[in-house]
Design a protein around this ligand. Structure first.
Ligand code: SAM
Length: 292
């Protein structure tokens, strides 16, 4: 259904043949585990629903499997690939698709504002990617903080997906979960066994869907600073963690916590993104008043 141009991309023999013909070596450090299951592609497309009005940013097209599926529904796919040795392969697999651009770059170094203006001038913009594990946290925070995308759909290692979707009180709850919750509604859409990839990774994966909140509850920069300061010392109380980070004095932090409805001894792992937003608003308003 999704492969009008090339329906071989999930066939392991075809992938091996491509690798042989182009002398391509799979790189573990670049997270090169390619999807080989058409049903997972279909479920991924059903999750992010690209249409003719949608511009899609894909990070890491690999040999173009997900790219091809996305491009058969979307207005355009702009796919950013760091590994130059994949470019001739992508020319073979996707060259005939006129609504695909392959950009050789490190996704973590992209200027997303410029990228979206030049590559994705569409009414609706989304991200969809099977992410290399080593860039998960940085990529997720970069994509969300840009506030340019209606949704972000990512295939991740299952443990990373669980951490990102954890709620306060879960052992897996962390700064990244709170940051993601601040910007977006989060959910694990489905899990993906290791045998859906070639070569097979050592662990399972999951697809997460992040739907951008149309309105943020507080200033993003201030709230994210509070979240990172609080989790930098997650075993300490929030008041101590904030004071040690230099954001404010301990007394002031305690005042902010009480005024926001929390006890002075509350810890970061008990607080939601909404709670961090309230504390951040209090700190900003009152620090401003003090400086008047
Ligand atoms: N999208 C393909 C698929 O689903 O089969 C490949 C996904 S593979 C897990 C990750 C891809 O990301 C690889 O092609 C790898 O070369 C690429 N990659 C790794 N680090 C990157 C980075 N910093 N920027 C852009 N691409 C990167």
């Amino acid at each position: 259904m999704f492969f009008p141009m090339n329906n071989n991309l999930t066939d392991i023999r075809y992938i091996r043949d491509l690798a042989d013909r182009y002398h391509f070596q799979f790189s573990k450090s670049l997270g090169q585990n390619f999807l080989v299951r058409a049903d997972i592609l279909e479920k991924t497309i059903a999750c992010c629903v690209p249409d003719a009005c949608t511009g899609v940013l894909e990070i890491g097209p690999g040999i173009g499997t997900l790219t091809c599926a996305l491009a058969s529904c979307a207005g355009k796919v702009a796919a950013v690939e760091i590994d130059r040795s994949l470019l001739p392969i992508l020319e073979e697999t996707l060259g005939a698709m006129k609504n695909v651009s392959i950009i050789e770059a490190d996704a973590l170094k992209l200027d997303l504002d410029t990228f979206c203006i030049t590559q994705l001038p569409f009414p609706r913009r989304i991200v969809c990617a099977n992410l290399p594990y080593y860039i998960t946290a940085q990529a997720v925070e970069k994509l969300l903080s840009a506030q340019l995308f209606e949704s972000i759909t990512l295939m991740l290692q299952y443990e990373a997906a669980k951490r990102i979707c954890a709620i306060p009180g879960d052992p897996a709850y962390c700064a990244l979960a709170a940051v993601v919750d601040f910007y977006a509604e989060r959910r694990i859409a489905f899990t993906v066994p290791a045998d859906c990839f070639y070569p097979q990774p050592g662990v399972g994966s999951a697809l997460i869907h992040l739907k951008a909140r149309p309105q943020l509850p507080a200033d993003a920069h201030d709230t994210i600073r509070v979240i990172h300061a609080a989790f930098a010392q997650r075993r300490k109380t929030m008041a101590n963690a904030l004071a040690n980070s230099g954001l404010c004095t301990r007394a002031f932090a305690e005042q902010a916590l009480l005024a926001s409805g929390f006890s002075k001894s509350v810890r970061a792992e008990q607080l939601s993104a909404q709670d961090f937003a309230h504390i951040s608003i209090y700190l900003q308003e009152n620090i401003k008043k003090e400086n008047l």
